[in-house]
Ligand binder design. Structure first.
Ligand SMILES: NC(=O)c1ccc[n+]([C@@H]2O[C@H](COP(=O)([O-])OP(=O)(O)OC[C@H]3O[C@@H](n4cnc5c(N)ncnc54)[C@H](OP(=O)(O)O)[C@@H]3O)[C@@H](O)[C@H]2O)c1
Length: 318
């Protein structure tokens, strides 16, 4: 437990406190009150954040003071002096390095985009990391093209559900793995074939794959290598694949890396055109962040868990 947790933000409105959260050993420990930050520097805007989502429980070491949370959706409350790309009152969504478990935060404008009009704020907050990771892995790292055969391990997960849809959109033949309860969900995303990983070894029913996106890691990396055709590629987003095994099989195996080549605005367009479906998971209040993390430890795919800060956000679109 870290006592005296404090955000180093400058205080603009002492009488306008907001909640933030404390994290200890990967589990949120308590909520505290802080004052509103304001945009400093030229390219920042202050962003009112009615809804936030949780991105994994973060076990990486952090330097305190620290506020978790890397995805946001909300309304622009204020802008820095040189910002012209966004206006006060616009509905936006995006990604931040940290600090999204809060009612207000400042966000670099290059990591934001206008929120899809067809999504509520709760839904929009579940998009940025999953969609950009799927795009980067499939297209930038994996070079997926129409007609290829791709396996998505963890197809119902926060990344997998976008990977299935983006690969189909590209014209690939898509196979996904999921647990029994999520088979129909993954089929509904457009997968041509779904393998129940709780009953079936994927390598017993899937072969000759051009590309595997492995969103699970240790338990699946071996089968991910085995299903590849010679010259195929395994890209893991979870844990590093064994290079010796890959070389022995004549395939490439790497971790997903780099920035996605497409801006977040691409997803706004695909979503509003109806080409990309979004599924939000369970929502919690900011004060329930600890319970949300505990729930996240036991949940199974089908959309991100969301911290909802403003009542009605699940039904609010602009
Ligand atoms: N490198 C990056 O930039 C990046 C970005 C985002 C995430 N990640 C990492 O990528 C991983 C996945 O992230 P996520 O957000 O998609 O996670 P998630 O939402 O928790 O989903 C994980 C999925 O894995 C599935 N799964 C569990 N065991 C499995 C198995 N043995 N075989 C097949 N599927 C299995 C689960 O399926 P069921 O629900 O059907 O049980 C679940 O849907 C995490 O390790 C995360 O840290 C990396």
């Amino acid at each position: 437990m870290f006592e005296g947790f404090f955000l180093g933000w400058q205080t603009r409105l002492e009488e306008d406190p907001l909640q933030s959260c404390e994290i200890s050993s990967g589990i949120l420990a308590k909520a505290q009150l802080f004052a509103t930050p304001f945009p400093s520097g030229s390219e920042l805007l202050t962003h009112r954040v009615p809804r936030l989502r949780i991105f994994q429980v973060e076990f990486r070491p952090v330097t305190f003071p620290y506020t978790p949370g890397i995805e946001v959706a909300g309304v622009v409350e204020d802008v820095g002096p040189t910002v012209t790309a966004f206006e006060i009152g616009q509905a936006v969504f995006g990604q931040v390095a940290e600090g999204a478990y809060a009612e207000y935060l400042t966000v670099p404008i290059e990591t934001l985009a206008l929120k899809p009009k067809t999504l509520s704020f709760v839904e929009a907050a579940t998009v940025p990391v999953g969609a950009t990771t799927a795009w980067r892995t499939l297209f930038d790292n994996g070079g997926l093209v129409s007609g290829q055969r791709v396996l998505i391990q963890g197809a119902a997960g926060g990344v997998g559900l976008f990977a299935v849809q983006l690969a189909k959109w590209k014209g690939a033949q898509v196979i996904g793995t999921a647990s029994t309860a999520n088979l129909d969900f993954v089929r509904g995303l457009g997968a041509d074939m779904v393998v129940d990983y709780t009953t079936t070894r994927v390598e017993s029913v899937v072969q000759d794959v051009d590309l595997v996106l492995d969103g699970v890691g240790a338990q699946t990396l071996s089968s991910s290598l085995v299903v590849l055709k010679p010259g195929g590629t395994l890209i893991s987003i979870a844990s590093p694949p064994a290079q010796e095994q890959a070389r022995a099989r004549g395939v490439r195996a790497l971790m997903s890396r780099g920035a996605a080549s497409t801006p977040l605005q691409t997803f706004t367009q695909l979503i509003d055109e109806g080409q990309l479906k979004v599924t939000a998971g369970k929502t919690f209040a900011l004060s329930e962040a600890q319970q949300a993390h505990e729930y996240g430890q036991s949940s199974h795919g089908r959309g991100r868990i969301v911290l909802q800060i403003v009542d009605g956000a699940e039904n609010t679109f602009a």
